[in-house]
Write a protein that binds this ligand. Structure first.
Ligand code: F6R
Length: 234
């Protein structure tokens, strides 16, 4: 793992942007994208740039089950707001939180990922070490699947909803096996509350108890951390 330490999330956004820029210049066509507070500065840099994604494909990591694309907490809504409405892509794929048959849907999403191998995947990390919505205990062999969210993730996400009861209890997530097939992976983490997860991801044993620790097995991972998120590293 290559580690880039930056002063703050703004600088992290620039560092992430530079990796997207280089990947695009090197012929990358498919980008795996994350939502959440972490990648927003990278997306803002992309939006402010003249980079052209009009021939690119994006594949998002996850979406809540039960939220329509126009719900303001859906990941469809987030991606349109922060990126797609301002920087058009040729095609964008996100899990369908309203798919009538989730079992069929997750297989179809897996086929989409197989058909469009991801050149560059951007990830955030949960305080419990999750990547995508792959919570602790998720098999490293998993492909796209339906996830029951843990209490800690529901609690962490409840800040975006009117009440805790409104946070969906399930999500669809790309699996760890699919994430690992990406040619290059960026993990961004900013703030003190990510420091313990960052330490376990980089220095801890590779264990399904800390999903992000699996990234130690990938040979092209760049971790972008601010001083707070890096504060527990040896
Ligand atoms: C979002 C995702 C999640 C987040 C993680 C960190 O698409 O896959 O794994 O990256 O929960 O969330 P933030 O960035 O809000 O701290």
């Amino acid at each position: 793992m290559k580690i880039i330490k930056v002063t703050d999330q703004q600088a992290g956004g620039k560092a992430g942007f530079e990796i997207f820029k280089e990947a695009l210049a090197n012929g990358a066509t498919t980008f795996g994208l994350a939502t959440g507070s972490t990648p927003v500065t990278t997306y803002a840099e992309i939006v402010a740039s003249d980079l052209d994604f009009s021939k690119s494909t994006s594949i998002n990591l996850d979406e809540y089950v039960g939220l329509a694309a126009d719900h303001d907490q859906s990941y469809h809504y987030f991606m349109n707001k922060h990126l797609f409405s301002k920087k058009p892509f040729a095609q964008t794929f996100l899990p369908d939180g309203l798919a009538p048959d989730l079992d069929t849907f997750v297989k179809q999403y897996h086929e989409i990922i197989e058909k469009h191998p991801i050149d560059l995947q951007i990830l955030g990390i949960g305080q419990n070490g999750h990547i995508g919505f792959n919570e602790p205990g998720t098999s490293f062999e998993a492909n796209t699947h339906v996830v029951d969210l843990t209490d800690s993730t529901i609690e962490a996400n409840s800040r975006f909803f009117a009440s805790r009861d409104e946070v969906p209890a399930q999500a669809i997530s790309m699996g760890i096996a699919e994430i690992l097939k990406s040619k290059q992976i960026i993990v961004e983490a900013f703030g003190k509350n990510k420091a313990a997860a960052v330490k376990k991801m980089i220095e801890g044993p590779i264990t399904e108890d800390v999903p992000a620790s699996v990234l130690q097995k990938h040979d092209n991972v760049i971790v972008i951390v601010d001083e707070d998120a890096a504060s527990l590293l040896a």
